[in-house]
Ligand binder design. Sequence first.
Ligand SMILES: Nc1ncnc2c1ncn2[C@@H]1O[C@H](COP(=O)(O)OP(=O)(O)O)[C@@H](O)[C@H]1O
Ligand SMILES: Cc1ncc(COP(=O)(O)OP(=O)(O)O)c(N)n1
Length: 277
Amino acid sequence: MTVVALTIAGSDSGGGAGIQADLKTFQELGVFGTSALTAVTAQNTRGVHGVYPIDAQGVTAQIRAVMDDFNVGAVKTGMLFSANIIQAVAETLQSYGPSALVIDPVMIAKGGASLLLDEAVQAMKELLIPLASVITPNIPEAEVLASMSIKSDSDVVEAANRLLKLGAKAVVMKGGHRRQANYAEDLFLSAAGERFTLRSEWIETKDTHGTGCTFSAAITAQIAQGKTIAESVITAKHFIQAAIADGLTLGGGHGPTNHWAYKRLGKTAGKDVVLID
Ligand SMILES: Nc1ncnc2c1ncn2[C@@H]1O[C@H](COP(=O)(O)OP(=O)(O)O)[C@@H](O)[C@H]1O
Ligand SMILES: Cc1ncc(COP(=O)(O)OP(=O)(O)O)c(N)n1
């Protein structure tokens, strides 16, 4: 049976992040990818040169077109840009009943461009996060959503707990903005009480464009195929580790990760991922 996943996100013309990263990841993990565009960005490895949002009605129509025709195993959201779009996405998904939902709360691109208006943060907290099977913030995003600064390990745990209180069933606090010695550590916490850290070797590279999109898309693909949230997060960490380890040096800025690496080079391309309870 062909498994279908839906990504609701922005387009990255440079192909490393956004909808393009999601669809490449779905494909590599054996899932048929569908999409609803929220915005078009004029973007490359050097930065974001323009943001052109789709109106909320258009976003709703795309989601409906997919949901009315396919049996969608899991949905992910990426760049949502405005409160109007967030409201449209939340209401439309709810009208189809509960489905597995991975929220990557995209706010700011690597070069500093804003991909979420300030006015949209409250809508994300109130309307969307309560629907999340899992939310995958990086540290700056978690600071905004949890309304606190994150400096220590205990801050990471406290912020994750605050996100669970907003209604998410699970949280992955990504460690790409908080290097720990030679490691990139992601903390998984669930409302059901599961907790573990995924530790991988830190890879010295500037080619990390789209890491968050690729990681959350890999989680979505796994959930769509019937894996538990925890199993999906573990596989996704292997996928992103391989994709960064064998990154593509394309363009003059932050090059994209390599979506082929996980299948071509083996689980982690020689870079281990360790699960710490
Ligand atoms: N230099 C790196 N080496 C190894 N893993 C990394 C590196 N940078 C990011 N990661 C991993 O990539 C994933 C995405 O994290 P992060 O970069 O924090 O997200 P975002 O792209 O949303 O800012 C996480 O699993 C994180 O641990
Ligand atoms: C269209 C679009 N969506 C999301 C992002 C952010 O992607 P992310 O994976 O967080 O990677 P970086 O931008 O931090 O490299 C984006 N840039 N564009």
